[in-house]
Design a protein around this ligand. Sequence first.
Ligand code: UD1
Length: 359
Amino acid sequence: MSRLLHVVGARPNFMKVAPLLRAPSPHPVEHILVHTGQHYDAAMSETFFRDLGLPAPDVNLGIGSGSHAVQTGKMMADLEPVFDRYAPDWIVVYGDVNSTLAAALVAAKKALKVAHVEAGVRSFDRSMPEEVNRVLTDQLADLCLTPGISADRNLRREGIPDERIRAVGNVMVDTLLALRPGAAKLQVPEQMGVAKGDYAVATFHRAGNVDDASTLTALLGGMSHVARTMPVLFLVHPRTRQRIKDFGLEQHAAGVRLLDPVGYLETIGLVERAALVLTDSGGLQVETTILGVPCLTAPPNTELTETVESGTNRLVAPTVEGIAAAFADVRRQERAASPPARPALWDGHAAERIVALLS
Ligand code: UD1
């Protein structure tokens, strides 16, 4: 029996771990779920556990917010005794959040084997905390489990040997395909009072976008421009809400509906029927690719080039003019009758491949 200890902490981790806990395995496996508590608001954590059918974590460290150093340091100190207690065969870490790097670093120093799910994705922008977390986690991981060949290429360029790299596919797609029918049943657009196919969904939370007053002002202005044509539902991350308040930018969001974050099923239910998504979220870039929904991504770089190559995702400068021009283009283009071909290995079976490898 292999024991896999999964470390998650923030919203985008939860949809990535869910399919692994459910995946059939050729050999017996035991799963231990550890939540660092990096995200703790019900809307950022509990709702996702419920929507994704996740079991209650075996351990919740309740770390909470703090500077990067404080948050990462506290996580490391508290993860160490947990790893000692469970002595797992593999520590499995996800994505690019501070919890990911903290767990990988503790495990590597204790000579525990680390598998990194969603390895190799790169923005090539080291000013992003997520990029630092990714690069370092991949260097530490014994097994880099990538969503596809562009990520494999990035890892080789950084000197990671082939025997540590496995292309397994995109676990977010596993979750999306499994939960999409349930999300559609909720009739979210009707609940929110918008007409199917005639509204935009927006999310922005990256530090580079929201911690800078002029960039955040421009993003709000861009959303406000779109709101003159169709309703814009802005699902506001707690960090972003705080910044709008700190900088006093409410008046720049004229016409935009500022809403609290919603759960996974509601998000998917909304996005599936949207005319457009405006975002800086890596997850939404993947989800719009599979659902065939036009997506405008700011800042103008993406970790997942597949989403741009497949035709739904477009990178835009975080300016009112940049967003307005891209929006006009989207309005001009006839929407394809069916979603584009899915990138290779984005087939809903990534988690099975991972569990087969680790077990
Ligand atoms: C983190 C990840 C980011 C991911 C994002 C998804 C890092 C470096 N960043 O960013 O990659 O895309 O999660 O949401 O790990 N806050 C709350 N309630 C919560 C959590 C946070 O109010 O439940 C507020 C606090 O003011 C906190 C701030 O949001 O200081 C930022 O939270 P933090 O976990 O540091 O980073 P995120 O911006 O959420």
